[in-house]
Design a protein around this ligand. Structure first.
Ligand SMILES: Cc1ncc(COP(=O)(O)O)c(C=O)c1O
Length: 417
């Protein structure tokens, strides 16, 4: 754990306590601070990288943020964040969005111009599975979810097998079909990196056929920080629009950003207003996002000096802890997400969550997601959970052998399946 945060946290907590005087002069019980960074609740929460707690540095930035009107485009804290991310990704403009969902939906709304239109994407894509049907309600587009043949990420061959070319292309224009106008990719998808080389092949194909490309890059930071692929600019060149989140691995309390060319962003700003996402004084949010970006990802386009790489090392340690005990991974760890094959250890998600609770860890079944606030203490507690699972597996094996010898249907102690 980062010890120097402790002192900062303590004085920040004291400041809140001192400030908790009610208007009538009586003293209210100080609210429990929830923004203690490495010392906060996020340090023991492995359910998601959205579970980080804001740090004292973010609080300090909030205190000195401009609080001007961003619907009128006057708030420099917000506009400088937008310009900075646009520059990092090699795009003309950026637009702050309250969530990743909002960023994706604004992008698709801007890229889809005239029906009939359809969007090709991975069948597990966030835009299909977890955005409340926004693509259909906000654009009316048909989504065509594809299962990648390699089981990991979409390839150009997957896309060519299902793409529907429009009227301007040879063999296109069959009025029974719905032309593909956007290909929407996601990187990482469940922690799995989609290689830059494949992304470039797809981008080249779409350009030849007038199809737009969107990236749900909620965790593109992780891809770049992993260091095996390209920079933010390299990915930016492949897409018309990209959404990236500040409130996942980067650790900001709120916010995402959409980047693209000036025309697309102008349109997205309009739609953002229409759906109630134009925030009057968002400086206190965007100031925290800027700290998260600069400190967790780093200041350059390759995540130089950031903290994400260490997060990936932590995930690798989790993978090793599990496999050393004989567990199998459902997927190899590539960034900050670990997917355990619980069947390999004869256990189930509810049991993992319960064992976590017993040692003060928040777990969610077979997914162990690391973030930069996870330190040694959380890992040693997780080791205890894994050890219990291994013990129980042995116990189940022994008791079921014993049960078999005496009772035809076992003794009911067949573990937590
Ligand atoms: C890949 C991906 N895209 C988009 C989102 C949406 O982000 P938000 O929860 O901020 O709407 C998420 C959220 O977890 C996500 O994992």
């Amino acid at each position: 754990m980062t010890r120097n945060i402790t002192t900062e946290s303590a004085s920040a907590a004291a400041a809140v306590a001192a400030d908790s005087t009610k208007p009538n002069g009586t003293t209210a019980a100080a609210p429990a601070p929830t923004w203690l960074g490495h010392e906060g609740a996020g340090a023991f929460d492995l359910r998601s990288d959205t579970m980080t707690t804001p740090t004292p540095a973010m609080l300090a930035a909030i205190q000195s943020a401009t609080l001007l009107d961003d619907v009128m485009q006057e708030d420099t804290t917000t506009s400088s964040l937008e310009a900075h991310v646009a520059a990092l990704t090699g795009k003309q403009a950026g637009l702050f969005a309250l969530s990743g969902t909002m960023g994706n939906q604004l992008a698709l709304r801007a890229l889809l111009v005239q029906p009939p239109y359809s969007v090709l994407c991975d069948h597990r894509a966030h835009i299909v599975c977890y955005e409340a049907g926004g693509v259909s309600s906000l654009t009316g587009a048909m989504t065509v979810p594809l299962v990648p043949r390699n089981g990991r990420y979409l390839t150009l061959e997957d896309i060519k097998a299902r793409v529907v070319l429009g009227e301007d292309h040879e063999g296109g224009g069959d009025v029974h079909s719905c032309p593909t106008r956007v290909i929407s990719l996601e990187n990482t998808l469940g922690g799995v990196v989609m290689p830059l080389a494949e992304t470039r092949r797809i981008a080249q194909f779409t350009r030849q056929h007038g199809i737009k490309m969107h990236l749900d890059g909620a965790r593109l930071w992780e891809v770049v920080a992993a260091g095996r692929e390209g920079s933010l600019v390299d990915f930016g060149e492949c897409f018309d629009t990209m959404t990236m989140c500040f409130s996942k691995g980067l650790g900001a309390p709120v916010g995402s950003i959409l980047v693209g060319d000036t025309k697309v962003i102008r349109h997205a700003r309009w739609t953002r207003k229409a759906i109630g996402g134009g925030v009057r004084q968002p400086g206190f949010i965007t100031a925290a996002a800027r700290v998260a970006l600069d400190t967790t990802f780093g200041k350059g386009p390759n995540g130089e000096g950031g903290l994400l790489r260490k997060t990936h090392d932590t995930a690798k340690r989790v993978e090793k802890m599990w496999t050393d005990l004989g567990g199998v991974m459902a997927q190899p760890v590539e960034t900050n997400m670990c997917w355990l094959d619980l069947g390999s250890m004869n256990t189930n998600g509810a049991r993992v969550t319960e064992l976590g609770r017993e040692v003060g860890l928040k777990l969610m079944g077979n997914r162990i997601i690391t973030h930069y606030q996870i330190g040694e203490e959380a890992l040693s507690r997780l080791a205890q959970v894994f050890a219990r699972i291994a013990q129980e597996k042995d116990h189940v094996r022994k008791s079921s052998v014993a049960a078999k010898s005496s009772e035809p249907y076992g003794d009911g102690t067949n573990g937590h399946q």
